[in-house]
Design a protein around this ligand. Structure first.
Ligand SMILES: Cc1cc2nc3c(=O)[nH]c(=O)nc-3n(C[C@H](O)[C@H](O)[C@H](O)COP(=O)(O)O)c2cc1C
Length: 487
């Protein structure tokens, strides 16, 4: 078994030991899946989102109670949820081909995350298992029939599945790619949860399920693609999946082959074996991490408030406007904007990951490392001083990051993950970090502030700079700050 600690350590970047990896451009992975020989269903063009327009800042804290559950569900709602989860937002042209950007950020724009759904009694859609293609807004029918068990008075059931295709990311990041598979999936999944909140749809999130059976249900093979998260919409009662192997008919080989995204796909052993270690679901009590990083924390007041700030974009427009911005100007954002962005990031606690921030010297609050306690919604100072120049250098010398006045950092103690949840806890932590990262992007975009996720850094140096103990590591960084040419 490969532990979270061992996978993370073996995939660390070390200064002077990067051993140059030339990208094989001839063999660049396709960012869209293509199914041949099965039924495709064009989804309705439901781009009038005016009924769901709302302040982005009202969404992260919003809770949907089960008593508001729907009694029916239609293909229009499915189509709307899917666009809001994974929209195409921009196109670039290079070498005579088009490249499509999406509403969720993705390391290297490689887009490893795919979306599937199981539907039962959805008006306008036959019961079945479907893959969603954001490119042409259509569903490919992988299985026909009902794979959702409805209990009690339930009248419909929908389950969304989020998977990752390893090679999309490992083409560039090799064994380290599992980190990006998880972070990217967190970004997409957060769009999904925000869509359900905006549409007042009661949902449940499942990080724990039988991986082998779910992969079989979706027609994917875990050498190439794996399910990472499920979100179900239970209607009035509860539902479960029919995934028993003996109930599932074998699928034609071209279904699993659709996960092949490049002519030559190298198998990254460590990544694949670590995913296998993650299959075991252990009973665990989700550990709070912020006080287990080896930091001395002093309470601070006055950062988290409830201010009014000029908002440029509401939801869902903010999704279509979101892009990574790197033209930071080294100028402070207003204290109220900082409070608003922090509050949007800091919703419910996520297991095994703590959020913090490095404040640059230009901010109204003294520069230093701060750590959030999501449970009590409070903030602690862990260290004083300016870290942002040093952190930019540690982020593989991406020096433009130094001009971002805030570096949000996502931290974990890998020994606690292994000791409590086992390797699967790494999934919880990284997906949680990705979810918070996506909310930071959207909050910053709403206020006309720049944001960029950073997954490339010398791991040991980052932990040392932050003063973490030797079991704790930085998992992800999201740079936020004022940018040139605000528009
Ligand atoms: C997990 C993750 C890691 C990333 N790491 C970096 C990075 O190290 N450097 C960088 O310039 N951009 C980084 N990005 C930003 C991506 O390059 C960007 O999301 C992608 O090119 C798509 O462009 P868009 O965000 O403008 O839509 C990262 C994004 C994510 C989600």
């Amino acid at each position: 078994m490969i532990t979270a600690s061992s996978y993370h350590t073996k995939t660390c970047y070390e200064r002077h030991h990067m051993g140059g990896h030339a990208l094989d451009w001839e063999n660049q992975p396709d960012t869209f899946k293509h199914y041949k020989g099965i039924k495709h269903i064009q989804l309705p063009d439901v781009r009038d989102f005016s009924p769901f327009k709302t302040s982005f800042f009202s969404l992260p804290q919003k809770t949907i109670v089960s008593s508001s559950a729907r009694i029916n569900f239609s293909i229009d709602e499915v189509a709307r949820i899917l666009i809001l989860t994974q929209a195409i937002t921009a196109r670039s042209r290079g070498g005579g081909t088009d490249f499509w950007f999406r509403s969720a950020a993705s390391a290297g724009a490689l887009y490893p995350t795919e979306i599937y759904l199981a539907s039962r009694s959805v008006a306008g859609l036959d019961d079945g298992i479907y893959h969603y293609s954001a490119f042409d807004h259509c569903l490919a029918q992988i299985r026909q029939g009902s794979f959702v068990n409805l209990e009690g008075e339930a009248d419909f059931g929908v389950v969304f599945f989020f998977t990752a295709i390893f090679f999309r990311s490992s083409w560039k990041y090799r064994d380290r790619a599992y980190r990006y598979n998880l972070l990217d999936t967190g970004h997409v999944m957060e769009n999904h949860i925000l869509a359900l909140k905006a549409m007042n749809i009661h949902y449940r999130i499942h990080y724990d399920f039988d991986d082998r059976e779910v992969n079989l249900l979706l027609g994917i093979e875990d050498v190439r693609e794996v399910a990472l998260v499920l979100v179900d919409i239970p209607g009035l009662a509860s539902l479960s999946l029919k995934t028993q192997k003996n109930e599932l008919a074998p699928l034609p080989s071209q279904i699993a082959e659709a996960s092949r995204v490049a002519r030559v796909e190298k198998d990254y052993d460590l990544l694949r074996q670590f995913n296998e270690s993650c299959i075991e679901v252990r009973p665990h009590s989700a550990a709070k991490i912020s006080d287990k990083l080896g930091l001395r924390l002093e309470p601070v007041t006055g950062i988290i408030e409830n201010p009014e700030d000029k908002v440029l974009f509401d939801y869902p427009e903010v999704l279509f406007q979101r892009r990574s911005k790197r033209n930071f100007m080294g100028r402070a954002i207003s204290p109220s904007a900082l409070a608003k962005i922090s509050a949007a990031m800091m919703t419910e606690p996520y297991p095994y990951v703590a959020a913090g921030m490095l404040l640059g010297p230009s901010e109204a609050i003294p520069s230093g490392l701060y750590v959030f306690d999501q449970e009590s919604r409070s903030i602690y100072r862990a260290a004083e001083g300016g870290f942002n120049d040093a952190m930019a250098d540690i982020c593989l010398h991406q020096m433009w990051i130094a001009a971002a006045s805030i570096h949000f950092v996502f931290l974990s103690n890998l020994d606690i993950i292994d000791g409590s949840a086992g390797p699967r806890g790494y999934r919880y932590a990284m997906i949680g970090a990705g979810r918070m990262g996506q909310r930071l992007y959207l909050a910053a975009t709403a206020l006309g502030i720049g944001c960029c996720g950073i997954g490339a850094f010398y791991d040991r140096e980052a932990a040392e700079l932050l003063g973490l103990d030797d079991k704790s590591r930085m998992l992800y960084l999201v740079a936020v700050g004022s940018i040139k040419n605000r528009s």
